[in-house]
Design a protein around this ligand. Structure first.
Ligand code: HEM
Length: 420
């Protein structure tokens, strides 16, 4: 859970009860069998021409499999930072264990920044970007500004302080990001700087936006046994863990993308994590583009539909022991990774990335990063809990769903194999 939730930038922002109220006021329905909804007939109100162009650009340029591969140097850079941070923290907190969430968040953020701007910035710069983005997302997610969207003109007058706060945040964001965008564009024009990859900013240079914006339109724990199995699979593919790096020495050997393809159990663990603890309990709200009848319900045109992503993955009619963490359910009888279709094109048993034409365009990238970091971190470190500490997997909604009580873990370089 702490891993899947670190890797997903999206989720729906309302807890379930708010969402139900919201849907009732909009005249939409909750289906008790949501997986049968005809997702392809449903479009979202936010799907305007600008968004369509940007989404196409994102999917075909930045998130295209060939491009995703080219970010390998960024992944390795981030893995080194992560291992270094974990190692340093672990050395100073041998008894209590390390709170790993912040390290994961920081590492994933470095990677996204690298993909966006094409540069490996220092820690101060990355933290500055993270702080401005996080503040914006948390405040928007809190619903404080919803009223400004519902009554745009009146809302700005009646809630002038909120409006000013929103404008100030936008300004802070621009002041932080614009210099980076300009620097990247200048270095591209002059041919200096790190041009080894094509970043998101690079791909925006040639985009023509349409003039009009889119206004019209086991209680779920990964146990030591499973970690052991995962570790054994990793060792069978890439050999024993590398020697722990000395202070200040760079991590050299890493498990690479090709090795991951030979690790079916790893893939099963990642899928099971996404099923049991999807980072988003809903996809983004979708709007019905024309009236449709579904299992006796008429869903009117314009109704807002929300898909119960988490509940689909926990449906006892579809999954055996749904609340148990059992990666084996994704393996075929011969132990290989069966062809589980996460895109839902052949039938939807779970949809952590959504489904249909608004499916998450970052799903391949997200799966690759999950596999890459899980495999490397299990290979490098032995993970145990500090004495007297119990992992609590209850969740809270914080833009994505995260652990209510952040994971505290004792991590030691693998000088010897895991004990059972
Ligand atoms: C574990 C990681 C991730 C999860 C579980 C996840 C899940 C989702 C979900 C559920 C949606 C809404 C789909 C819908 O409305 O039907 C979505 C949309 C989106 N995701 Fe992801 N995502 C993840 C990672 C990423 C990454 C790494 C990127 C990009 C780098 C990304 C980019 C997007 C974009 C741009 C959309 C909006 C698509 C649209 O509305 O057309 N996601 N994601």
């Amino acid at each position: 859970m702490f891993l899947t939730n670190t890797f997903g930038p999206w989720s729906l922002f309302h807890p379930r009860s708010d969402m139900q109220d919201y849907m009732l006021t909009k005249g939409a329905v909750f289906s008790d069998r949501p997986r049968t909804l005809p997702v392809r007939n449903i479009s979202s109100s936010a799907y305007g021409p600008t968004w369509r162009v940007l989404r196409r650009n994102l999917a075909s340029e930045v998130l295209h499999p060939s491009r995703v591969k080219s970010y390998g140097s960024g992944r390795k850079w981030v893995l080194k930072i992560l291992i270094d941070h974990l190692q340093k923290d672990a050395e100073s907190r041998i008894a209590d264990g390390v709170q790993v969430m912040d390290h994961f968040k920081y590492a994933m953020f470095c990677l996204l920044v690298f993909m966006c701007f094409g540069e490996k910035y220092d820690e101060d710069r990355i933290k500055e970007i993270a702080s401005v983005q996080r503040r914006l997302l948390l405040l928007i997610g809190s619903g404080r500004f919803d009223i400004l969207g519902i009554f745009p003109r009146l809302g700005r007058l009646l809630f002038i302080n909120r409006w000013k706060e929103l404008l100030q945040m936008r300004k802070d964001q621009e002041e932080t990001l614009m210099p980076l965008i300009k620097a990247r564009l200048e270095s591209a024009n002059s041919g200096v700087g790190d041009q080894e990859i094509v970043s998101y900013v690079d791909t925006l240079m040639n985009i023509q936006l349409p003039e009009e914006d889119g206004k019209k339109e086991n209680d779920g724990k990964l146990t030591h046994k499973e970690m052991r199995k995962l570790y054994d699979e990793i060792v069978a593919v890439v050999g024993p863990s590398p020697q722990p790096s000395q202070k200040g020495e760079e991590v050299e050997s890493v498990i690479n993308e090709e090795d991951l393809q030979k690790m079916p159990y790893l893939k099963a663990v990642v899928l099971e994590g996404l099923r049991r603890h999807p980072p988003g309990h809903f996809v983004l709200p979708h709007r019905v583009s024309k009236e449709v009848e579904l299992q006796g319900y008429v869903i009117p045109e314009g109704a807002t539909i929300n898909f119960l992503v988490a509940d689909m993955g926990w449906d006892p009619k579809v999954w055996d022991d749904p609340m148990e963490f059992k990666p084996e359910r994704f393996l075929s009888n011969d132990g290989t990774n069966g062809v589980f279709d996460i895109s839902g094109s052949k039938g939807i048993k779970m949809m952590p990335f959504g489904a249909g034409r608004r499916i998450c365009p970052g799903s391949d990238l997200a799966l690759l990063h999950l596999e890459y970091f899980v495999a490397n971190l299990i290979w490098y470190f032995d993970w145990t809990t500090p004495d007297g500490y119990h992992v609590d997997l209850s969740e809270k909604n914080e833009f994505t769903f995260v652990m209510k009580k952040p994971l505290q873990t004792r991590i030691t370089p693998r000088t010897e194999k895991l004990t059972t």
